[in-house]
Write a protein of this length. Structure first.
Length: 257
């Protein structure tokens, strides 16, 4: 089954968001069907702030190491595309396709002077259309999952803005729509009814359970960087335990459980 086909089942595709080779191996061993990178987790791992603070070459290296240890379909979080024009973004997407990547996330916001803000919807849609056209012209298959950030950025009318942007992006030829920070089942159903694209939602503290997401019409569920963040808290606790107890006994506690 292709990566695109995994988005058209009645059961939503649960993506394991990974940040390095070790996390990719753990996800594959756990039985996940597909992987996606987390830009925030990779940035944190390398000591950067999120928002394209790292270089594309650094991201690409992480991608190659993930591909080296896992045969699962891999989608890469490309943030705003690591380029100022459709041509620049597409050049980077081609490198990913050549490495075996089957999908990407692109988002309609950028971090400018430390502040994330939505870009113009019509202009972004034209960029997406140009990217799709160039990929099609070279017969390159890549699942374009487009993140729209009206909910993430607390837009005054997030539902209406998401519907508008979803329509524009669908017309541009994208494959999926990602709406992070959306948790209302009612609004999920409205978006699903208005947008025929496979819809993607992200882990949040008050996110409905997976069965309710299925009923609401969503077809892809992402972890974001939350699993990575949870592991960092566990790591910190282990380190503090070693220091406070002056012993490594706690490091091996799992072996007796």
């Amino acid at each position: 089954m292709t990566f695109a086909e995994l988005h058209h089942h009645t059961t939503p595709l649960l993506i394991a968001n990974v940040w390095d080779a070790t996390s990719a191996v753990a996800a594959q061993q756990a039985g996940f069907q597909a992987l996606g990178t987390s830009s925030a987790a990779i940035a944190a791992m390398l000591g950067y702030e999120d928002g394209e603070a790292l270089s594309f070459d650094e991201l690409f290296y992480i991608v190659t190491r993930i591909k080296a240890v896992s045969n699962l379909p891999l989608s890469v979080d490309m943030e705003a595309g690591f380029g100022g024009t459709a041509k620049e973004i597409t050049a980077r997407l081609k490198r990913l396709v050549q490495s075996g990547v089957v999908g990407v996330n692109l988002e309609d916001s950028r971090v400018v002077n430390g502040m994330r803000q939505l870009v113009d919807a019509a202009e972004f849609a034209r960029t997406l259309s140009d990217i799709r056209t160039e990929l099609n012209n070279e017969n390159l298959s890549l699942f374009l999952n487009i993140r729209t950030d009206a909910y993430l950025l607390n837009h005054a009318q997030p539902l209406q803005e998401t519907l508008l942007r979803g329509q524009l992006y669908q017309a541009a030829g994208v494959d999926g729509l990602f709406v992070p920070c959306l948790t209302s089942e009612k609004e999920m159903a409205i978006i699903a009814d208005a947008c025929p694209l496979p819809l993607n939602v992200m882990c949040m503290p008050d996110l409905p359970d997976f069965e309710n997401l299925k009923v609401a019409g969503f077809r892809r569920i992402s972890m974001g960087n939350f699993v990575h963040s949870a592991l960092q808290l566990t790591l910190k606790a282990v380190m503090l335990n070693v220091l406070s107890q002056q012993s490594f006994a706690g490091v091996f506690a799992h072996e007796s459980s």
